[in-house]
Design a protein around this ligand. Structure first.
Ligand code: FES
Length: 283
C-alpha cells in the first residue's frame, strides 16, 4: 500500500485532469463567502471532515441493518440519508481540494473518484430498493461501501500523512520552552507594521496597535506560508494579516480565520510588558 500511495502522490499524469477539475471548481464555487462557508471558516474548523460523518455513519448503519430480517424500510431510509448527505460533503471536499499542493491534489483526485463511484453505487442501490429490488439494492450498497472505504482510506492518508487541511503551524508550540520570553523593546516597535521575531527558533509575527501588541505564530495553518511576508488589510472593520501564498486571512486581534482556504484559526500567544520589554509565553 505504501508503494501504491507513493506512486499516486508522484503521478504527474493526473495533473492534466486535476488542473481542469481545479479550474472548474474555482469557477463554480463563487463568491468568496461561499468558498469560506465550505472551508469551515464560520466554524473555525475544516467543514469537510464534519460533513463526512453523515454518509459514513448512515452507510455503515445500513450495512449492519441489511443483515437483519424485516428491516428493509430502515435500510432504505439509511441509504437515502447517506446518499443525500454525501453531496454537501463532496462539495466541501472539492472546495478544500482545489487549494491543495500538487502531490496532495493527486491523492485527493483518486480519493474523490473512489467516493464518487461509491456515491453512484449507493444511488443505484436506492433506486433498486425503491423499486422493490432489495437484493440488488443490498448488493449495490456493499459494492458502494467497498468503494467509499477505499476513498476513506485515501482521505486518511491525505490528512494524516500529507497534512491536507490539518493545522500546519500548531506543532510549533511544542518547540517553545515554558516561561516568559523577551521579544522586543515596546517603545521601538513601529505602529501597524508586521515584524518577525523568533522564540526558540520558532518564528512569530508582532503587530502593534497603540500599546496593544499581537504575537502570533508566523507559519500559516493552511500550508505553512510566511505570514510575516503577508499584507495587513482591514476586513469587516478588523486588521487582518493576509497570507501571501493562497490568501487566507486571520484577525490580528485574536487569530480567527476570516477567509480561507484555511479552515483553522491562527494561534496567538499571551503577552505582557515588563520594564518596557514585550514578553510572550505559551498559551
Ligand atoms: S499557506 Fe495557503 S493560505 Fe497560507
Amino acid at each position: 500500500m505504501r508503494a501504491l500511495l507513493t506512486r499516486i502522490e508522484q503521478a504527474r499524469g493526473l495533473d492534466r485532469v486535476g488542473d481542469r477539475v481545479q479550474h472548474a471548481v474555482q469557477a463554480t464555487l463563487r463568491p468568496q463567502r461561499v468558498r469560506d462557508f465550505l472551508h469551515g471558516v464560520w466554524l473555525g474548523h475544516p467543514l469537510h471532515p464534519a460533513l463526512v460523518q453523515v454518509p459514513v455513519g448512515a452507510w455503515l448503519s445500513a450495512a449492519a441493518v441489511d443483515l437483519l430480517p424485516g428491516q428493509r424500510r430502515s435500510a432504505t431510509a439509511l441509504v437515502a440519508l447517506g446518499t443525500v448527505g454525501a453531496v454537501p460533503a463532496a462539495v466541501s471536499g472539492l472546495n478544500d481540494w482545489a487549494a491543495l499542493a500538487p502531490d496532495q491534489r493527486r491523492v485527493g483526485l483518486v480519493h474523490a473518484t473512489a467516493n464518487l463511484v461509491g456515491l453512484a453505487l449507493y444511488g443505484g442501490s436506492l433506486v433498486a430498493r425503491l423499486n422493490g429490488r432489495h437484493n440488488l439494492g443490498r448488493a449495490l450498497s456493499y459494492l458502494g461501501l467497498s468503494a467509499a472505504s477505499a476513498g476513506a482510506y485515501l482521505g486518511g492518508h491525505l490528512a494524516y500523512k500529507q497534512g491536507a487541511q490539518v493545522n500546519q503551524s500548531i506543532s510549533e508550540l511544542h518547540r517553545i520552552g515554558d516561561g516568559w520570553h523577551p521579544l522586543a523593546d515596546l517603545a521601538a516597535l513601529p505602529q501597524r507594521k508586521l515584524i518577525t521575531r523568533s522564540i526558540d527558533d520558532v518564528s512569530v509575527i508582532l503587530y502593534r496597535h497603540g500599546d496593544e501588541v499581537t504575537v502570533m505564530l508566523e507559519r500559516c495553518p493552511h500550508q505553512s506560508g510566511p505570514l510575516g511576508e503577508g499584507e495587513v488589510q482591514q476586513i469587516d472593520g478588523h486588521a487582518c494579516v493576509v497570507c501571501p501564498w493562497h490568501g487566507s486571512a486571520f484577525r490580528l486581534n485574536g487569530g480567527e480565520v476570516v477567509h480561507g482556504p484555511s479552515g483553522n484559526d491562527q494561534q496567538v500567544l499571551p503577552t505582557r510588558v515588563v520594564d518596557g520589554i514585550l514578553q510572550t509565553r505559551l498559551p
